[in-house]
Design a protein. Structure first.
Length: 741
């Protein structure tokens, strides 16, 4: 029997089959096929393929090459062939070995090849000029990508306060409890755990009673609006009313969903329900708890009118924007709690935790619930399950509530800082919506608005490194110029610097610097020196925004906040100073809670720390100045000082024996700098050491002390310094020099 053919058929390894297998070897890495390599030139072929991939950018700098053993096994070649190809690239400086990190691409040759294909440059956002386009998507992307030192754009929460530790702990517990089946495709409506947690959260914080089956977990409010637009369009609803001014993103999202937008004006009581009822709108999207961007609350009478309009067949879409971020007012009930069968309610954790989570909820009346779930299924099959379960645990454990209380304090302090900065840097501006939310709307009206284009102002501020939204972005019909400034994402220092930069840009835009006493300028608040004015001919951008205010000591303001009683520091705008907004409780009576600052002892008060006496260290044979003789009887020179009228007195440091040092009557100080009176314990009959003149020439004003035994140690420590005298082994005396006895 010929078993060789049988083994070949069964797939045993032979010389011929090995060669055939080698020719068929290939790797997913760069789609390498060793069968295309010429015979006898496989190493050159592999090196050339790697070199070409580096040159055309397929292997970018920092890319990691496969391990030589792995690539050799995939290509079915010897490891030495791959190692040799890597070595050739290393010799040309294109790759380098990183030990356990493998072989990494470190350099790519400059080539004159064609650039990568892509959309034309005109279709891409221009970060250098984000205000030069009217396309909303490109406009927002360009502003976000534009370089800037400070970002005062609205809609961004305090991302630095994200509860990383609590999130990580909750995620670990969730992973420990998940079963293998939980990692499969989830319910497009959302996990039951998160829907139950959302129902509990809304019941406690917004007064909404709902069933978990009415909740649809969505990827933020933007997706909720898109799903509702799709469902309503299928029902024949085309005309949707929006608030004017209102959110630019909401308006564009509805337009993308095929809706016709009808603006309805907003005043101090919220959306004008009379204008809404008189128009052809079939649905309305509004923010009743904290209207964006004005910050007003929909009052009670208009709420009742809106509910009557909804009962007549209108569709109300309630965006509960910034409802949980309130500071100076009582909570406002949600419309969904008053008429659940006619209100579609949506919210998210984008402003509470982070927009990157893409987690929100949509409460839909029963007659539209199935259609919304169907639209969600075909949109993305549901949100990621793991993030849903972690958020559900944070809600159920109370961590989310604790985080809300924490960020409220931080947001309040930053809002107060922005109000103070606006009062100082934007005189004549009017502030809206300070009682709640994460932003302020600033308008310029009357004489102060002459010649102001808010888009040009925002563009000028961006040139100085500060990002802000012009109010005209969020308007459909013309209105007063203004800015929408977010304060949640920046520190107090960044807010002050950013608003100061806006003031610089505003003065440059007006063409002249505002001066005290000019129209529209109320003057600095009492105790405040006011902003420093630029000298004629000096360009505004050259001024440092943080130091463009008189009397501003950065270190003092850092530690003392509003300045207190320190001269030359900023006074609070809440009391005796000029109000940053029209008389309204939300601005005048807001309670300021500055961020925690390190406690510092005020200047000019409090105890002073004692300064250590500086002098030579004590040697084994006693204290002596450098250069003095080591002999116990050698005199130690003392520095020249004014001659005392009397000899130095000795102050005992212990209650027992209290000797005194004095010169004998008629004795004058030594005339030589090297001659000092010596202290001898036996000079007095009562055992008190007495200073006696030395035999060396004396110099007036230069008394000198020398010890005559190993038990007495003396040293002169300079003018006004202390002299340590040791009489015996246990007595310490402090001798101080006095100018007049």
């Amino acid at each position: 029997m010929d078993r060789s053919k049988e083994s070949a058929v069964e797939g045993s390894v032979t010389a011929g089959s090995e060669a055939a297998g080698s020719e068929a070897g290939g790797s997913d890495f760069l789609q390498l096929d060793i069968g295309r390599a010429p015979a006898g030139g496989r190493t050159d072929w592999l090196a050339d393929r790697l070199r070409a991939a580096i040159a055309d950018g397929t292997l970018a700098v920092g890319s990691r090459l496969p391990a030589s053993r792995v690539l050799a096994a995939e290509l079915r070649v010897s490891r030495g062939l791959v190692t040799e190809a890597y070595q050739r690239l290393a010799e040309t400086g294109q790759v380098a070995g990183r030990g356990r990190a493998g072989t990494v691409v470190v350099a790519a040759p400059a080539t004159g090849g064609q650039p990568p294909t892509g959309p034309p440059r005109s279709a891409l956002p221009d970060p250098a000029d984000p205000f030069g386009t009217r396309e909303w998507g490109a406009l927002v992307d360009a502003l976000r990508a534009a370089p800037g030192r400070i970002d005062l754009s609205p809609g961004a929460p305090d991302l630095a306060a994200f509860p990383r530790t609590a999130w990580l702990q909750a995620e670990r517990r969730v992973l420990a409890e998940l079963t293998p089946a939980d990692f499969g495709y989830g319910n497009p409506q959302g996990t039951p755990a998160l829907r139950e947690a959302i129902v509990g959260w809304l019941a406690q914080n917004r007064g909404i009673r709902a069933d978990p089956e009415e909740v649809v977990v969505v990827a933020g409010v933007a997706q909720a609006l898109g799903l509702l637009a799709q469902v309503l369009r299928a029902e024949g609803v085309r005309n949707v009313a929006v608030e004017d001014p209102g959110s630019l993103g909401t308006r564009r999202q509805l337009e993308h969903g095929g809706m016709s937008i009808l603006p309805v004006p907003v005043d101090g009581g919220g959306i004008d329900t009379a204008a809404l009822a008189a128009g052809p709108a079939q649905a309305v999207v509004l923010t009743p708890a904290h209207q964006f961007p004005t910050g007003v609350v929909l009052d009670g009478e208009r709420r009742r009118e809106l509910l009557r309009w909804a009962e007549a067949g209108g569709v109300v879409i309630e965006d509960d924007y910034d409802a949980e971020h309130r500071y100076d007012r009582a909570p406002v009930p949600a419309l969904r709690a008053l008429l659940p069968e006619a209100v579609c309610y949506t919210g998210s954790v984008s402003k509470l935790l982070a927009p990157a989570l893409r987690l929100g909820w949509l409460l839909v009346p029963p007659r539209r619930l199935d259609a919304v779930i169907e639209a969600k299924r075909y949109a993305d099959l549901g949100n990621p399950v793991l993030a849903q379960l972690v958020l559900a645990r944070l809600m159920a454990s109370g961590e989310l509530e604790r985080h809300l209380r924490f960020v409220r304090r931080r947001h309040r302090a930053r809002r107060d800082a922005m109000l103070r900065a606006i009062a100082a840097e934007l005189p004549g501006a009017r502030v809206h919506g300070a009682a709640a939310g994460l932003h302020l709307m600033v308008t310029f009206e009357g004489a102060d608005a002459e010649g102001i284009d808010d888009t040009a102002l925002a563009a000028a501020a961006l040139d100085l490194g500060v990002k802000a939204h012009p109010l005209s972005w969020h308007r459909i019909t013309p209105g007063p110029a203004g800015l929408v400034l977010g304060y949640a994402a920046g520190s107090v220092g960044e807010i002050e610097e950013g608003v100061a930069t806006l003031g610089t840009a505003l003065r440059a835009l007006r063409g002249s610097r505002a001066t005290p006493g000019a129209p529209g300028h109320a003057g600095p608040a009492p105790g405040h020196a006011g902003p420093r004015r630029a000298t004629p001919g000096r360009a505004g951008p050259a001024l440092c925004p943080r130091r463009a205010r008189a009397g501003r000591a950065p270190a003092r303001e850092k530690f003392f906040g509003n300045g207190g009683n320190l001269p030359g520091t900023r006074a609070s705008c809440g009391g005796e100073g000029r109000d940053p907004a029209p008389p309204q409780p939300t601005v005048e009576n807001h309670r300021e809670e500055p961020e925690a600052r390190p406690a510092v002892r005020p200047q000019g008060g409090g105890p002073r720390r004692c300064r250590r006496l500086r002098g030579p260290r004590a040697g084994r044979s006693g204290l002596r100045r450098p250069g003095a003789s080591a002999s116990p009887t050698a005199p130690a020179p003392a520095p020249a000082t004014t001659a005392p009228s009397t000899a130095p007195s000795v102050v005992p440091s212990a209650p027992k024996p209290q000797p005194s040092v004095s010169l004998p009557p008629g004795t004058k100080p030594s005339a030589s700098p090297s001659s000092v009176p010596s202290v001898s314990p036996s000079a007095a009959p009562n055992g008190t050491p007495t200073a006696v003149p030395s035999a060396a020439p004396a110099t007036p004003g230069e008394p000198e002390l020398a010890h005559t035994g190993s038990s007495a140690t003396t040293a002169a420590l300079g003018a006004g310094a202390a002299v340590l005298i040791t009489a015996g082994a246990a007595t310490l005396y402090t001798v101080r020099r006095r100018a007049n006895g």
